[in-house]
Write a protein that binds this ligand. Structure first.
Ligand code: F6P
Length: 320
């Protein structure tokens, strides 16, 4: 393979830049040219791209966001959009494509692979951690650490005022950000889409913690359940505690990636180019049990994300 394309697609995630750097530098190491496609599949359809050199990816390993910019491209779901994308790849002699993104982005890659035989490699880049085949996605660790920093600050003021804080985190339909941020911040309660909540039980738990000497409570709620405002209102209407709501929002999507995310980015990017170099396409890369893996893209996108009930039980036991 002499020339490959690279794009970031869907919601950005910290570590995408570090993965871009790893792909570009590994490819150049092997004498493969890399074309960076701007704004995800939209740039592929519109033919907006540039050749990337060693120095194109200098000074980005530590930056959040994505140098290539990103978009959610509905046109890529149409046959016309896909044909246009393939035409752009052919025009530039691009023989393989690396796609950094989440579930939706992988579906676009799957269409190019299945329908048109373009070898593609998917790198999981999303803060949501909602892909079953990989233990972690790029950006998840940084996003959870950003949430932790905010929850730590909330704990300070909640304890001073003896309040309850309801903190909303992202994750779409997946409760992993809430689960990991909840367990590692010492939150007493998490509310996730995977488990139906019972407000009476939550109030009993809060009452018990107060009887045991707690001065404040943190409830981390995943956006897939409801807003922090709506949940705080329900709770406030049923108790005499002082309840406050905070929505972390897009702050958790930005910022300098953690060591864990930069390491994943280096390994994922490197592995993606190795696969294409060896003539292997139609795969996604990931991490499982601390090992970098690759898997058939069609199989990976068809796997249903499982919730970690064991971790949830741990939180129930240790956060009282
Ligand atoms: O997929 C990443 C994510 O941040 C989700 O957690 C969230 O639901 C969504 O993107 C927000 O999308 P947007 O940035 O388009 O508002």
């Amino acid at each position: 393979m002499k020339r490959i394309g690279l794009l970031t697609s869907g919601g950005d995630a910290p570590g995408m830049n570090a993965a871009i750097r790893a792909v570009v530098r590994t490819a150049i190491y092997y004498g493969i040219e890399v074309f960076g496609i701007e704004r995800g599949y939209a740039g592929l359809i519109d033919d907006t791209m540039m050749q990337m050199e060693m120095r194109s990816v200098s000074d980005i390993v530590q930056r959040g966001g994505t140098k290539l910019r990103t978009a959610r491209c509905l046109e890529m779901l149409t046959e016309e959009g896909q044909k246009q994308a393939v035409a752009t790849l052919e025009k530039h002699g691009i023989e393989g494509l690396v796609v950094i993104g989440g579930d939706g982005s992988f579906r676009g890659a799957k269409c190019l692979t299945e329908g048109y035989g373009i070898p593609t490699i998917g790198i999981p880049g999303t803060i949501d951690n909602d892909l079953e085949y990989t233990d972690y996605t790029l950006g998840f660790d940084t996003a959870v650490n950003t949430c932790l920093d905010i929850i730590n600050k909330l704990r300070d003021t909640m304890t001073s005022h003896e309040r309850i804080s309801v903190v909303e985190v992202m994750g779409r339909h997946c409760g992993d950000i809430a689960l990991y941020a909840g367990i590692t911040s010492g939150a007493e309660i998490i509310v996730v889409p995977e488990i139906a909540y019972n407000m009476e039980e939550i109030i009993t738990r809060i009452n018990r913690s107060r009887a045991n000497g707690k001065r404040s409570n943190i409830i981390v709620i995943a956006e897939g359940v409801m807003t922090a405002d709506a949940f705080a209102k329900q709770l406030q209407d049923m108790t005499s505690y002082s309840v406050r709501a905070t929505t972390i929002g897009h702050i958790q999507r930005g910022g300098s990636p953690t060591m864990a995310d930069r390491m994943l980015a280096a390994q994922f990017g490197n592995k993606a180019v190795h696969l294409l170099k060896d003539g292997i396409g139609n795969r996604v890369v990931g991490i499982h049990k601390n090992e970098i893996i690759d898997m058939d893209i069609i199989e990976a996108v068809s796997m249903k994300k499982k919730f970690n009930y064991e971790l949830y039980e741990t939180l129930q036991m240790i956060s009282m």
